[in-house]
Design a protein around this ligand. Structure first.
Ligand SMILES: Nc1ncnc2c1ncn2[C@@H]1O[C@H](COP(=O)(O)OP(=O)(O)OP(=O)(O)O)[C@@H](O)[C@H]1O
Ligand SMILES: [Mg+2]
Length: 409
């Protein structure tokens, strides 16, 4: 395989920047040949607030991945997230153009183009236009109308939009790190693509990516995205609760949470076996795992409650018989899956990236779900399996940004 056939996914997260180099083979396996991770210093709640810090982390992560793969990364597929992301559903309608009334790819494209004509405030931009279903002469539920006969073609789409400035600050950081952008991909969509089984996506399932600064929710049904939301809560909140609760520095709180934390105080040991350094370096204190879990539990419950609230308010709660798949680094919190199953009263499982070969010791971790999903999603876009999912951001934000950038230097 030629080097430029490899796909590079760049997940610029609140706690870490990950660059993954890989390809998807004919059997749908993702082969990873390069991994780079750098601590992220320039983001808050999934949004770039310090460009220089972000540029450094992006450069570090891609250099690491380049060294491992043995060639220089030139261009990347960038994951976009953050609370500025929202969506709207839109319908496009066209008359079938061919005389013999056979629906062609150009009719599908025109229908999608019609759907993307929506009223957007000037500070927002379309990230993806995702067709959910087609309707041919009033008959709904059509997955692929090409080749069918009909007079009137309609498409129901899910349009994901984001704040132009937030997307531009992210892209600006990528360009300043010396990289080209192939396209942007919505992170919750990528995470879903990495951890969900096709039958779950068909039946209806919610994937919840709990990171450091954000919790990304994506609901799929009938194989398509029904709902997306990015909530401003994540593992950082748990860490800061632990820091405040145990009066220990944040770096210690983070370590203690990861090594000894649990999402539920039920069954946690009551002996004060943990040695906690106190702030100001003034000594140590012995704390029980139960005391630690009692600090974590309410925040874990709050994150789950906010997630459910958004799913319920969006009206898609009845569409997830497949239950909830928890992913992202914070899904590693001991006992979180069980707590979620109890609180949400639906089947809950841990989402680890599926079908990965190479570097599995690193990548087969929920924290890498979005990164692996970027490679899968990009491969599908390139392979034409998702003909309309290029979303047009290439011809809008990125193009505009490239022009602006060219003028600037
Ligand atoms: N074993 C563990 N127990 C509890 N929390 C953990 C564990 N491992 C990782 N985490 C938490 O996961 C979070 C990092 O997750 P992830 O790498 O998915 O975030 P991110 O992608 O950088 O951030 P975001 O998606 O919010 O922008 C941190 O808050 C970290 O403390
Ligand atoms: Mg993330």
């Amino acid at each position: 395989m030629a080097r430029n056939d490899y796909i590079v996914g760049l997940d610029v997260g609140t706690s870490k920047v990950t660059a993954l180099i890989g390809e998807v083979d004919a059997h749908d396996k993702v082969h990873i040949i390069g991994v780079g991770t750098a601590p992220s210093r320039g983001l808050r709640k999934g949004v770039v607030v310090d460009i220089d810090g972000t540029v450094k982390a992006i450069a570090e992560a891609t250099e690491q991945a380049s060294r491992m793969a043995g060639f220089r990364v030139k261009s990347v597929w960038v994951g976009v997230g953050g609370c500025h992301i929202s969506f709207t559903n839109s319908r496009g309608v066209v008359a079938v153009s061919r005389e013999d009334k056979e629906i062609g790819p150009e009719d599908v494209q025109r229908a999608v183009d019609a759907a993307r004509v929506i009223n957007l405030p000037p500070d927002r931009e379309i990230v993806h236009v995702l067709p959910r279903e087609f309707i041919v002469d009033g008959y709904d539920g059509v997955k692929d109308p090409v080749g069918m006969l009909g007079m009137r073609l309609e498409v129901e789409t899910h349009i994901v939009t984001g704040a132009i400035t937030s997307i531009q600050n992210l892209l600006r950081s990528v360009y300043k790190a010396g990289l080209e952008v192939e396209d942007v991909i919505l992170l919750p969509l990528a995470a879903g693509r990495a951890v969900l089984m096709p039958d779950e996506m068909e039946l209806g399932v919610a994937v919840v990516d709990i990171g450091a600064g954000t919790t990304d929710v994506a609901v799929f049904q009938g194989g398509s995205l029904m709902f997306t939301a990015v909530l401003p809560v994540g593992g950082n909140h748990i860490t800061s609760d632990v820091g405040v609760g145990l009066r220990t520095p944040l770096s210690q709180a983070e370590r203690i949470k990861i090594e000894h934390g649990a999402a539920s105080a039920d069954g946690a040991a009551e002996e004060p076996s943990l040695d906690i350094p106190t702030v100001g370096g003034q000594g140590h204190r012995a704390v029980s795992p139960k005391e630690l879990a009692l600090i974590i539990e309410p925040r874990a419950q709050e994150i789950l409650a906010m997630t459910v609230d958004r799913i319920v308010r969006s009206g898609v709660a009845g569409n997830i018989p497949g239950g909830v798949v928890l992913t992202g680094g914070s899904a590693n919190l001991q006992g979180l899956v069980d707590l979620a199953a109890r609180e949400l009263n639906v089947p809950v499982r841990l989402g680890t990236p599926q079908g990965v070969q190479g570097m599995t010791d690193v990548v087969e971790n929920p924290a890498y779900a979005a990164g692996v999903g970027l490679i899968r999603f990009a491969a599908e876009s390139l392979g034409g399996q998702r003909p309309m999912q290029e979303g047009g951001i290439m011809d809008s934000v990125i193009e505009r940004f490239r022009r602006w950038f060219a003028d600037f230097f």
